[in-house]
Design a protein around this ligand. Structure first.
Ligand SMILES: Cc1cc2nc3c(=O)[nH]c(=O)nc-3n(C[C@H](O)[C@H](O)[C@H](O)COP(=O)(O)O)c2cc1C
Length: 192
């Protein structure tokens, strides 16, 4: 397959079928801090298109601040049950407010309430505040729709390269590297 986005969609679908995973869409997104240290964390992959790979978060979280300083990002996936590794390198940018609103609407009320109750990545004085803050938000918004906080939205990682690795017990892994130059994808096999 010559288009890595189409290939990714097939692999994503494969990974979902009979998946033993609880968090089927968890992917590791890495960003860079101002000192140049990489910082990785798992997020939920929400969508993929020719534009790139979309996840949602708080824009003023640690990752959000890092992306605003340096858009260079990576997304790494390992789906053990199908033996697929995917490595994406690209530039992250905010999705539009309209798109973010759409993702917000798809969230469960409980996820919306939790999102509204916290400032992601800020210090927390005690564990008991987790429940207290959530309760406060639930009482405040009882019977009303939960508005999307202004600091919540999404990012799309626009890929410059995507590597697909098919794991083989023999260690003869198949590595297919796609690189984008001037809007065109080229493909190269790599030694395992
Ligand atoms: C399986 C899983 C899925 C997660 N999904 C998200 C997500 O979609 N968005 C998000 O902001 N954080 C998500 N988190 C929490 C992040 O891993 C991370 O703790 C949080 O975003 C704060 O990261 P930061 O301080 O580097 O910004 C998820 C964690 C796990 C373990």
């Amino acid at each position: 397959m010559d288009n890595p986005i189409s290939k990714f969609k097939v692999w994503w679908q494969d990974s979902q079928a009979n998946s033993p995973l609880n968090q089927k869409n968890a992917v590791c997104v890495s960003t860079l801090d101002e000192g140049g240290f990489p910082s990785g964390r798992f997020v939920d992959l929400k969508a993929v298109s020719d534009e790139g790979f979309v996840f949602c978060s708080y824009m003023d979280s640690e990752k959000g601040k890092q992306i605003s300083h340096n858009s260079k990002s990576a997304m790494t996936i390992w789906w053990d049950h199908v033996g697929y590794q995917v490595r994406v390198i690209g530039h992250a940018k905010e999705i539009s407010k309209i798109e973010a609103d759409r993702f917000w609407e798809k969230r469960t009320r409980s996820a919306q309430l939790t999102t509204s109750a916290f400032e992601q990545s800020a210090p927390l004085e005690s564990e008991s505040l987790l429940e207290t803050r959530l309760q406060k938000a639930s009482i405040k918004l009882d019977g009303q729709p939960v508005p999307k906080p202004d600091n919540w939205g999404g990012y799309v990682i626009k890929p410059v390269s995507i590597e697909f690795l098919t794991f083989r017990e023999s260690r003869l892994h198949l590595r297919e590297l796609y690189e984008r130059t001037d809007g065109y994808w080229s493909k190269q096999l790599l030694q395992p």
